[in-house]
Design a binder for this molecule. Structure first.
Ligand SMILES: [Zn+2]
Length: 245
């Protein structure tokens, strides 16, 4: 990737992310493997902030372009805090504001679940935008808004991204491996896109039964979901397709 100028903290983030052992197909975006070890230790689960219901599949707010955050406010800081608590309660790696029903260009990422970055706090990205991409990688992705669905998705392997941090200070970083993958997944949410939009029509057709159940609010999760929208209780005939990456 081409050289850029970065602030000190984000450079450290990139170096740490390089420690991830990345095979031809690595696992997991936006959700940590749930097992007894993770659940048993459970230091990341929050009980001190409100847990927000997560919106799913065809909720309108998840298919809309989000609005840019224009200024700091007590409401914004409260939303960030509640999103981090909600993400951790669901063992998520990342969460976009529209996944909790707020159409704002804001996403949080829990670095504690990223190997080599366990001592890091959450990363808050406000108005994020990619500044460059390089290479290609395949990861199996999942999504808190598409429970029970996992698919291998091809995306750029390395990215540059600029954003405002939680103090609305401008930051630009490079990222690779899992961190690059999660950031791209979350930025897609902010533009109304899901990872399943990258699937072929055939693969998408195989997901129809699950998606239909999701639309009707019949999906079981161990984190709270928003109720289905009344006009979306029947399966759609077509899911929006992207023209390219
Ligand atoms: Zn997602």
């Amino acid at each position: 990737m081409r050289q850029r100028t970065f602030s000190a903290a984000p450079i450290a983030i990139r170096h740490l992310s390089c420690r991830i052992d990345n095979g031809p197909v690595a696992h997991l975006v936006e959700r940590v493997v749930r097992n007894d070890e993770v659940r048993g230790s459970s230091p990341l689960r929050s009980t001190t902030v409100p847990i927000l219901p997560i919106f799913t599949f065809d909720h309108t707010v998840l298919r809309q372009e989000t609005s840019q955050v224009e200024q700091d406010s007590a409401d914004l800081q409260k939303l960030i805090k509640n999103m981090i608590g909600t993400m951790r309660n669901a063992d998520g790696l990342g969460l976009a504001a529209n996944q909790v029903g707020r159409s704002l260009a804001l996403t949080v990422i829990d670095l504690k679940h990223v190997p080599g970055m366990e001592d890091r706090d959450s990363l808050v990205l406000i108005n994020p935008a990619l500044t460059g991409t390089e290479g290609e990688s395949v990861f199996e992705e999942g999504c808190l808004s598409l429970p029970g669905i996992r698919e291998e998705i091809v995306r750029p392997a390395e990215i540059g991204v600029k954003f405002l941090d939680r103090n609305l200070k401008e930051v630009e970083i490079e990222a690779d491996k899992i961190l690059a993958r999660v950031i791209q997944h979350e930025i897609d949410h902010l533009h109304g896109k899901y990872f399943i939009d990258y699937l072929s029509p055939f693969k998408l057709s195989l997901l129809r039964p699950k998606l239909s159940r999701m639309s009707r609010g019949e999906t079981d999760t161990d984190y709270p979901l928003a109720p289905p929208e009344p006009h979306h209780t029947k399966p759609k005939s077509k899911v929006k397709r992207l023209r390219g990456m």
